[in-house]
Design a protein. Structure first.
Length: 287
């Protein structure tokens, strides 16, 4: 049997599994087709002569493709705030999609859409397809232990553990917008209104090298740091929580992770370490 025929047969034997992985990752039958097609193209461009487990290799590739698609979806500035709504699988040339959608369940798909891309991948591959964390880790760029934590966090959300409701995020967004407006305008009273009296500011070593204080305590000290500044800061979601991203010259320089309690900002963590930032699931929000 020639190599191309062998690859075609192996790919077709794995097509249903690849579609199942992609559907749970993307929730859209149209995107499933794109992901599976891209997986086939990558198979054709790759030297798989040394691959012992081609099924596992294909699963890894389709997972990487889906992760890239999810991250691209989340980074589109024109996309409105809120999760992408999964499409129901309808009867078309892929009639099995309807059965696949029923097997997943619409409710589960909606919950999966609330997960950060890396969380979703870790949960789907491990909990639904029994892929070891040692194989998941390089896909998401984490250690096996970190990949395990991603899946665990996702599992808690799927099982109904408390998350930040959209209404709370909308409320927190108003607080962040008020903070930005007051900071940029040098509005002393406006900053006091959104900062907790006991607010704590901390910066990592990379942020300190850029001029940030290591630690500040109290609204008076923190507002002096931000008064008349934050011109390059933009609202963002970091690992599903409200934050600010400082973008300069088209490059993400600093992430300000915010802890918001009721109507005020209780803590600010400035992160400028590129490796840490690279591990965040970050989604820019419309300014």
């Amino acid at each position: 049997m020639d190599e191309k025929k062998f690859l075609v047969e192996k790919f077709e034997a794995n097509r249903a599994r690849l579609r199942a992985v992609a559907y749970r990752m993307l929730g859209s039958t149209g995107e499933v087709d794109d992901a599976v097609q891209e997986t086939w193209l990558r198979l054709g461009r790759s030297d798989t002569s040394g691959v012992e487990n081609l099924s596992g290799w294909l699963t890894t590739v389709v997972a990487r493709v889906c992760l890239d698609m999810l991250r691209s979806r989340n980074s589109r500035r024109e996309e409105p705030m809120g999760p992408h709504v999964p499409e129901p699988a309808t009867s078309d040339e892929h009639e099995r999609d309807a059965e696949m959608a029923d097997s997943v369940g619409a409710a589960l798909l909606v919950v999966l859409e609330t997960l950060a891309p890396a969380e979703r991948l870790a949960f789907v591959l491990h909990d639904m397809f029994a892929v070891p964390f040692e194989e998941i880790a390089p896909i998401v760029g984490r250690t096996p232990a970190a990949a395990r934590q991603l899946a665990s966090r996702a599992r808690r959300r799927v099982q109904g553990a408390p998350t930040i409701p959209d209404a709370d995020l909308a409320h927190q967004r108003k607080i962040v917008d008020a903070f930005l407006a007051a900071s940029r305008g040098g509005d002393f009273e406006g900053l006091l209104a959104v900062l907790d009296p006991d607010v704590v500011f901390r910066a990592d070593h990379a942020a300190q090298r850029l001029g940030s204080a290591a630690e500040l305590r109290g609204a008076a000290a923190v507002l002096e740091t931000f008064k008349g500044r934050a011109q390059a800061a933009k609202p963002a979601l970091v690992d599903g929580a409200m934050a600010l991203a400082v973008v300069m010259d088209g490059k993400l320089r600093i992430v300000l992770r915010l802890t918001i309690t009721e109507d005020r900002i209780a803590a600010v963590e400035a992160v400028a370490d590129a490796e840490r930032i690279g591990k965040f699931e970050l989604r820019m929000l419309d300014a």
